[in-house]
Design a protein around this ligand. Structure first.
Ligand code: GDP
Ligand code: MG
Length: 447
């Protein structure tokens, strides 16, 4: 069997970058939808995933006349709310994403969340391609709808090209300051060491053909082993949510293998899959499936999903499997995180939306010069009972009667309760906000 003939699964591609750089719009443009316009205040609230079939990609890239074979069935693109990039990249040690698109606004260059994204990608050793977005905002840009950027650039005036070159040079320098070599995709001769930049417009679609082709080609070229289809299920819970009429459901990323209706699954929960619905491009239609092959984002309904934990792995029980053994595996994951809690019993409470983000947070709170002890953790919204627990700290150390709520909701009654009890709740969506707020609070208490 030759490499190219192996059955490959779809690569999983995350879209990362600073808020407002155009992540959601870019995904809309790739799959021809208008989700971004329907968002409350333009802020992504939910994980949005799309499976782009290879036929669609072939159609979008046909002008490039790339004779390269596209061997993957499609591309699974995941757009993440606010800062959730953190959570979704984790999957039992290895990154969930095979490849990423790092979106940079050509008018603004690198911003704090771009740099945070770079650091995450580096930490996970995830390959990425830079989409230098909003080229249509260059003064005097001539729109060439859905055209390859190479062709569109030739249509532009000398002034536009000059401004473009100037901005690209500046941004390449900014990347260099972060220790990264980048180069425009068509000049990049050292792919692998030098990251490619593809100029795009998520509004008029210039550059999308090159971006798609590069993503697929790069994945096929460098990740054959990882992308080889495997019958062993590799699956991670992305989100646990209550849906009217369905009860509690979970959205999972199926990275490899197949899930079937009726499969017995174990996370921290133990249940049987009642129904499976993939997140698909609208035009492919909806509805439940009997079985779904990787890679896909899937909504699962089943009983007892309330206790599922976002960020943990989901295992499928096979006929010869020992259920208790699998449960142990799951608990190892949880215990790893639990072991970061201070044994002294003194410290703050930390809440996060997934096990992955919780783990990342706990690590950061322990990274010098920061040293904030943690005595309790929670995943999901902050409730009254959590405030109650944190309030115990008032007698010991007032500054620790604190809950750090990272990217989770705080129930109204919990906030009221906290105000009455003198428990401080910090709500933040970036870790850096937390550290600043918490430091100011402690300094203030000391005065
Ligand atoms: P996100 O926060 O990164 O998901 O950014 P959005 O996709 O919500 O986009 C932020 C704003 O920038 C919205 O008003 C978009 O319409 C706009 N936008 C995104 N991409 C482009 C682009 O390529 N060109 C222009 N002119 N505007 C864009
Ligand atoms: Mg968005």
């Amino acid at each position: 069997e030759k490499e190219g003939e192996k059955t490959l699964r779809s690569p999983i591609c995350c879209i990362m970058g600073h808020v407002d750089s155009g992540k959601t719009k870019l995904l809309d443009c790739i799959r021809s939808t208008t989700v971004q316009e329907g968002e409350a205040g333009g802020i992504t609230q939910q994980i949005s995933a799309s499976y782009i079939p290879v036929e669609h990609i072939r159609e979008r890239t046909k002008e490039l006349k790339a004779d390269a074979k596209l061997n993957v069935p499609g591309l699974l693109v995941i757009d993440t709310p606010g800062h959730e990039a953190f959570n979704n990249l984790r999957s039992r040690g290895s990154g969930l994403c095979d490849i990423a698109i790092l979106v940079v606004d050509i008018m603004h260059g690198l911003k704090p969340q771009t740099i945070e994204s770079i650091n995450l990608l580096r930490m996970r050793k995830t390959e990425f391609i830079v989409a230098l977005n909003k080229v249509d905002r260059l003064y005097g840009w001539k729109t060439c709808r859905n055209t390859p950027i190479g062709k569109a650039m030739k249509q532009q005036s000398k002034d536009v090209q000059r401004e473009f070159d100037h901005r690209v040079t500046q941004i390449i320098t900014q990347f260099k300051e972060q220790g990264l070599n980048t180069e425009l995709y068509n000049k990049n001769k050292e792919r692998g060491e030098t990251y490619s930049i593809v100029p795009t417009s998520a509004i008029s679609g210039e550059g999308i053909p090159e971006l798609l082709l590069l993503l697929i080609q790069w994945a096929q070229k460098t990740m054959v082993k990882k992308l080889t289809y495997n019958s062993e299920v590799q699956c991670t819970v992305l989100e646990v949510k209550v849906i009217q009429g369905c009860g509690t459901t979970v959205d999972v990323v199926l990275v490899n293998g197949v899930l079937h209706e009726g499969d017995e699954i174990i996370g921290p929960i133990h249940t049987t899959i009642r129904s499976l619905t993939p997140h698909l491009m609208k035009e492919l239609g909806g509805g439940a499936y009997k079985e779904i092959k990787a890679a896909q984002v899937i909504k699962i309904t089943a009983q007892n999903l309330e206790h599922a934990v976002a960020g943990t792995a989901l295992y499928v029980v096979k006929p010869d499997d020992d259920v208790e053994e699998i449960k142990e595996l799951v608990m190892d994951d949880m215990r790893n995180v639990m072991s970061r809690i201070d044994k002294s019993g003194e410290g703050v409470y930390v809440h996060a939306s997934t096990l992955g983000s919780l783990e990342a947070l706990l690590k950061l709170l322990k990274t010098p010069p920061v040293s904030i002890p943690v005595c309790g953790i929670g995943i999901g919204p902050v409730h009254k009972k959590d405030v109650m627990k944190a309030s115990v700290m008032r007698e010991k150390k007032k500054e620790f009667a604190t809950i750090l709520a990272f990217d989770v909701k705080v129930a109204a009654e919990a906030q009221e309760f906290a105000d009455n009890l003198g428990v401080k709740i910090f709500i933040a969506d970036t870790i850096y906000h937390f550290l600043d707020q918490f430091k100011a609070y402690v300094d203030n208490l000391k005065e």
